[in-house]
Write a protein that binds this ligand. Structure first.
Ligand SMILES: Nc1ncnc2c1ncn2[C@@H]1O[C@H](COP(=O)(O)OP(=O)(O)OP(=O)(O)O)[C@@H](O)[C@H]1O
Ligand SMILES: [Mg+2]
Length: 498
């Protein structure tokens, strides 16, 4: 079956999110949809899946016009979606089986049919078997890992008639093994003549799994090509509209004295007896696979866990790791990994988010907030991070996923701390914005700040850090000078090599 989206446009207050976009693909193909943060990828796919009803333009299936204005209609036509925010789509209090069969369950209840539970679980089991997955159908979905939840959502999508499956950044929270598993399922579905539309900011994945590519920029269609006819460098050029030289900024740092000294940090079995130090002006990497304990380590250091042991000294003074509030007061800043949950207030404006951590900078005498300087600073950071927003007063929830991340990073850059902890800061951001983030981090280091950079992207660890600790199973198993190591060596220690 052929899918044609023709001349699609859509507007939101102050933003023309899509401007005459064409999108063509077919069943049996894996199609990458690529573009910088805010390019319009999610919006285009929301049009296709019936989540927006106020677009203009036409959609055709096998040459026949279809009028998609509701999710129910899109699903009836065989268009299924797994959105960027997995947690909102899973119902934690229902079982895996019920979650998979959710659409059918709702339908049969609507029609006042009795549910046949035995049959429901049997069908769910069959679907999982077809995907070659072993998940207990009677387990509560709330008890699953994030990756498992994602697989359940895919199972739900293909539980009913599915010609096209939209996966919006499915791999962002997944480990390498989990991604491999997902790709096996994607290939399998394509073989069974499902069309997959795949959104990702990880360039290698596109070349690994996709047959063809559509690139968007600024709400417009730029090009459609076979993956085989493209080079990564070309993709970046089409995306950004310019060449990008190096992904990482050049740095020439003179390191100062030891700023942060951590001894025997532990938190149950999530963080185990870990010691490290950071000098002024130094970027120290915490490398490790997804699940190695990087986030737990960052949180322990930031006072966000009640069960932490060990000592932390900043400028020689011992800190009490009792709360994030205390951590901020003593000069630490953490850009958390789960930014939508912990990093931003989505219902607030961009500028109040940016100033939230550093309100003292904007409070004049008697505690009034200086709105004008808040606005100016917000505009400065919007520019520095290339945050795509109609204005500093726009609500964060209306920004694209990647631009929400940039707001979360920006607010902590404004915090004026001594040591900045970044937990997977580039997750979900496009290559151009990654470069901007690296530049800001390098600038902080050049100002004599200490940086902790936790990431499972080993290329980034090699590209941006001075020294690195490899975390394995909650423990720092190896310390290396970045200039003397390679991604291969980091991977060796990350996977438990000794
Ligand atoms: N409901 C909405 N209200 C206002 N603006 C919106 C809304 N939905 C999307 N936009 C705007 O449309 C543009 C495109 O957003 P979209 O989410 O499609 O980007 P994206 O390509 O998916 O980016 P990312 O890679 O960051 O996920 C952005 O400028 C965004 O702010
Ligand atoms: Mg998106």
């Amino acid at each position: 079956m052929m899918l044609h989206m023709k001349n699609i446009s859509i507007e939101f207050p102050g933003v023309r999110a899509l401007n005459g976009v064409d999108f063509n693909t077919a069943t049996g193909r894996v199609h990458a949809l690529i573009g910088a943060n805010g390019a319009g990828k999610s919006t285009l796919m929301k049009v296709l899946s019936g989540a927006h009803d106020h677009y203009t333009g036409g959609i055709q299936l096998d040459g026949e016009s279809v009028e998609i204005r509701t999710p129910a209609h899109a699903q009836k036509l065989g268009i299924q979606t797994v959105y960027q925010e997995v947690d909102t789509a899973i119902i934690p209090s229902l079982t895996v089986g019920e979650n998979i069969m959710l659409n059918q369950t709702v339908q049969s209840l609507d029609n006042r049919h009795w549910m046949n539970w035995k049959q429901l679980f049997k069908q769910a089991e069959d679907i999982l078997k077809g995907m070659n997955l072993k998940l207990p159908v009677k387990k509560l979905a709330g008890e699953l890992t994030l990756a498992e939840k994602q697989l359940v959502l895919i199972a739900r999508a293909i539980s009913s008639n599915c010609s096209f499956l939209i996966l919006d950044e499915p791999t962002a929270p997944l480990s390498h093994t989990e991604t491999t598993e997902l790709f096996r399922i994607v290939r399998d579905l394509a073989k069974r003549n499902v069309g997959i539309i795949f959104i990702s900011h990880r360039m290698p994945e596109i070349f690994e799994i996709c047959d063809e590519v559509t690139i968007m920029r600024n709400g417009e269609f730029i090009v459609k090509k076979e993956t085989a006819d493209l080079e990564p460098q070309q993709v970046i050029e089409y995306m950004l509209g310019r060449r990008m030289e190096d992904q990482f900024p050049a740095r020439s740092n003179t390191l100062g004295d030891t700023l942060l000294e951590v001894a025997g940090l532990s938190d149950g079995d999530k963080v185990r007896n870990t010691s490290f130090y950071v000098k002024a002006g130094e970027i120290v990497g915490i490398a490790g696979l997804v699940g190695a304990g990087k986030t737990e380590l960052c949180k322990a250091l930031f006072g966000a866990s009640p069960t932490v042991g060990g000592t932390v000294r900043l400028n020689g003074k011992e800190l009490k790791l009792t709360s994030p509030h205390a951590a901020v007061k003593s000069g630490l800043a953490l850009v958390p990994e789960e930014r939508r949950k912990e990093g931003v207030l989505v219902a607030e404006s961009v500028s109040s988010n940016l100033s939230a951590v550093s309100l003292k900078n904007f409070s004049k005498l008697f505690g009034f907030i200086d709105r004008r300087s808040e606005k100016n600073t917000a505009q400065e950071y919007i520019k520095a991070l290339g945050i795509k927003t109609p204005s500093e007063s726009a609500k964060v929830e209306n920004l694209s996923g990647g631009n929400q991340q940039k707001v979360a990073i920006g607010r902590w850059l404004l915090a004026d701390a001594d040591v900045y902890i970044f937990d997977e800061p580039t997750k979900g951001v496009d290559v151009g914005a990654k470069r901007d983030i690296f530049e800001l981090i390098a600038k902080l280091a050049a100002q004599g700040k200490g940086i902790i950079y936790a990431s499972s992207e080993l290329s980034e660890i090699v590209g941006i850090t001075d020294r690195v600790y490899v975390l394995y199973d909650g423990e720092a198993v190896k310390e290396l000078a970045t200039a003397e190591t390679t991604e291969e060596e980091l991977l060796f220690y990350s996977t438990g090599g000794r």
